[in-house]
Ligand binder design. Structure first.
Ligand code: FES
Ligand SMILES: [Fe+2]
Length: 455
C-alpha cells in the first residue's frame, strides 16, 4: 500500500473515493478483500443504513421473534404485547451473552443463560437474580435494558431497522427506486413469507453477490446448464436488447429485462380479469401479469421492469417478486445468503405449491442458478486476496458513457438499452460515497443524485 494512503490508521476520504474509477468502471480489488475496509463497511454502511429485518407476516402473534443481523450485530426482531415490532441487540447488558439462541420462535421474555437477567419483549430489564441481596438494590434496571435499533419502520409490511438515529426516514431512504423495488413484491396485493428461510454460506465477498444480481451478461454463459437441463429457457426471458435500468439515491437500483412500451400499452388497456386470463395463455405456470394497481407501487415506467431490484446495501428481489435474498457479510471473503419465498396472501394452494417448488429449484442452496454463480463468486474473491492478482482492477466498463437517462413526464428516470453494467457501476460508486462519509450529514451532502443525463 503506498505511503500516506491511510490517514491516522484509517482510510482517508480521497483514498476511499479512488477505489472505484467511475469514469472507466474499474474497481480496486482490495474492495473485495481488505479486512480494514470490511470493518469500515460494517460501521459506515450496515450500522448506518436501513437493513431488512423481516416481513410482518413472519411475526403474526405477541412474542413471535426471529434473529437477524445488522452487519455482524445480531438482533432479535420481536412483536411485543402492544403489537409493535422491536429490534433489540442480542447481547446481554450484563456480560454480553447472547439472549436468544434459536433462529425463531415465540417467547414471553428473554432470560439470559449466564446469570439469569430477564428482559421483556420490548427490551426492558424486568428481572435480576440477587437484586436485593447481592446488588443491595444498587442497580438501575431502567438503564440496563437491551439496546434498541434507533429507528424501525416498514413499507408494504417489510420491516427495516437502522442503528443510526440521524438516518433519513425509511421512505426517504428508499426513494422512488427502492419503493418501486419493494412494490414489485407487493404488486399482486398483500403477501406473506413462506416459513422456512433457506440459509447457506458462500466463500465470497458480499458485494460480488450483490453486483451479480444486476449482471445479465453472465446468464447465457454461466447458466447454460439450467437451460440445457430443460429447467428454464433463458432466451425466453433474457431480452438482451430490451433492458431497463433505474438508478436511485443512496445506491438502490433495478436492472434487467423490461416489457416493451408498446406491449405495456396493450396491457394497460386490459382489466385485471383480462390480465389473469392472458397470463394463463403464457408458458410457465407462475408467470404473472401485473394488475392495474401495480403502477401505483412501481410507477408507470417502473411497472414494465422484469429485472432485479437491490435495496442498498444487500436485499435482492427476484423472480418478479416471488423470491428475496439477503446477502449478509461474514468477513471480506464470506457471505451468508438467506432466501425467502414470498407469495400473495390470497394465492391458490396450487399457485403456492408451484411457486415454492420453482423458487427452491431456481435460487438458494438447491437452486440451479446459485450453484453456478457461487463457484464464480468464490474464485473472483479468492483472486482478490493475492498480492499480484489482487493488484489488477475489476473491469465494470460495459456501456460506460454510451447511454442516456430518459426522464418521463411524471419524473421517472430510466435507461433503456442492451445488456450493460450501469447498475454495477452505480453500486460501487455509491459504495465509495457511503464509505467516504463520516456521518449521515456528510453522506446527505456528498452522495450522487440519481443521474438524469448521460451515463
Ligand atoms: S451475561 Fe447475561 S446475565 Fe450475566
Ligand atoms: Fe447467476
Amino acid at each position: 500500500m503506498p505511503d500516506g494512503e491511510r490517514a491516522n490508521g484509517s482510510w482517508s476520504r480521497a483514498s476511499l473515493m479512488s477505489l472505484f474509477d467511475r469514469e472507466r468502471g474499474v474497481l480496486d480489488r482490495r474492495v473485495l478483500s481488505d479486512e480494514s475496509l470490511y470493518r469500515l463497511e460494517l460501521e459506515r454502511i450496515f450500522a448506518r443504513g436501513w437493513n431488512f429485518m423481516c416481513h410482518e407476516s413472519q411475526l403474526p402473534n405477541t412474542g413471535d421473534y426471529l434473529v437477524n443481523y445488522i452487519g455482524e450485530d445480531q438482533v432479535i426482531v420481536v412483536r411485543d404485547e402492544s403489537g409493535r415490532i422491536n429490534v433489540l441487540l442480542n447481547t446481554c447488558r450484563h456480560r454480553g451473552n447472547a439472549l436468544c439462541r434459536a433462529e425463531q420462535g415465540r417467547a414471553k421474555s428473554f432470560v439470559c443463560t449466564y446469570h439469569g437477567w430477564n428482559y421483556g419483549l420490548d427490551g426492558r430489564l424486568i428481572g435480576v437474580p440477587g437484586l436485593k441481596t447481592y446488588y443491595r438494590d444498587d442497580l438501575d434496571l431502567e438503564r440496563h435494558g437491551l439496546v434498541k435499533a434507533a429507528q424501525v419502520d416498514s413499507h408494504l409490511g417489510f420491516v427495516f431497522a437502522t442503528m443510526a438515529a440521524d438516518a433519513p426516514p425509511l421512505s426517504d431512504y428508499l426513494g422512488d427506486v427502492g419503493l418501486a423495488g419493494l412494490g414489485m413484491v407487493g404488486a399482486f396485493g398483500e403477501v406473506e413469507v413462506i416459513d422456512g428461510i433457506q440459509k447457506n454460506v458462500i466463500d465470497c465477498n458480499w458485494k460480488i453477490a450483490v453486483d451479480n444480481l444486476f449482471d445479465w451478461y453472465h446468464v447465457t454463459y454461466s447458466h447454460a446448464s439450467a437451460n440445457s437441463s430443460g429447467f428454464t429457457e433463458i432466451a425466453r426471458f433474457l431480452q438482451p436488447n430490451q433492458q431497463m435500468v433505474m438508478l436511485g439515491e443512496y445506491g438502490h437500483a433495478i436492472s434487467g429485462p423490461a416489457m416493451p412500451k408498446a406491449r405495456q400499452d396493450q396491457i394497460d388497456g386490459l382489466s385485471d380479469e383480462q390480465r389473469v386470463e392472458m397470463a394463463k395463455t403464457l408458458p410457465g405456470n407462475i408467470v404473472r401479469i401485473r394488475p392495474k394497481a401495480a403502477a401505483g407501487l412501481m410507477g408507470a415506467e417502473g411497472v414494465r421492469s422484469l429485472g432485479h431490484p437491490n435495496i442498498f446495501p444487500n436485499l435482492w428481489i427476484t423472480l418478479g417478486g416471488l423470491q428475496m435474498c439477503l446477502r449478509l457479510p461474514r468477513g471480506p471473503s464470506s457471505t451468508e445468503l438467506w432466501w425467502y419465498t414470498v407469495v400473495p396472501k390470497n394465492a391458490s394452494p396450487e399457485f403456492r405449491r408451484q411457486a415454492i417448488r420453482f423458487c427452491n429449484h431456481a435460487f438458494g442452496p438447491a437452486g440451479l442458478f446459485e450453484q453456478d454463480d457461487g463457484e464464480n463468486w468464490s474464485q473472483s474473491t479468492r483472486a482478490a486476496r493475492g498480492v499480484s492478482s489482487g493488484a489488477i482492477g475489476h473491469h465494470l466498463g460495459m456501456g460506460v458513457g454510451r447511454d442516456r437517462v430518459t426522464v418521463s413526464a411524471t419524473g421517472e428516470r430510466f435507461i433503456e438499452t442492451c445488456i450493460n453494467e450501469h447498475a454495477q457501476r452505480w453500486l460501487y460508486r455509491s459504495w465509495t460515497e457511503w464509505m467516504a462519509a463520516r456521518d449521515w450529514a456528510e453522506l446527505r451532502a456528498n452522495h450522487s443524485p440519481a443521474p438524469t443525463a448521460a451515463v
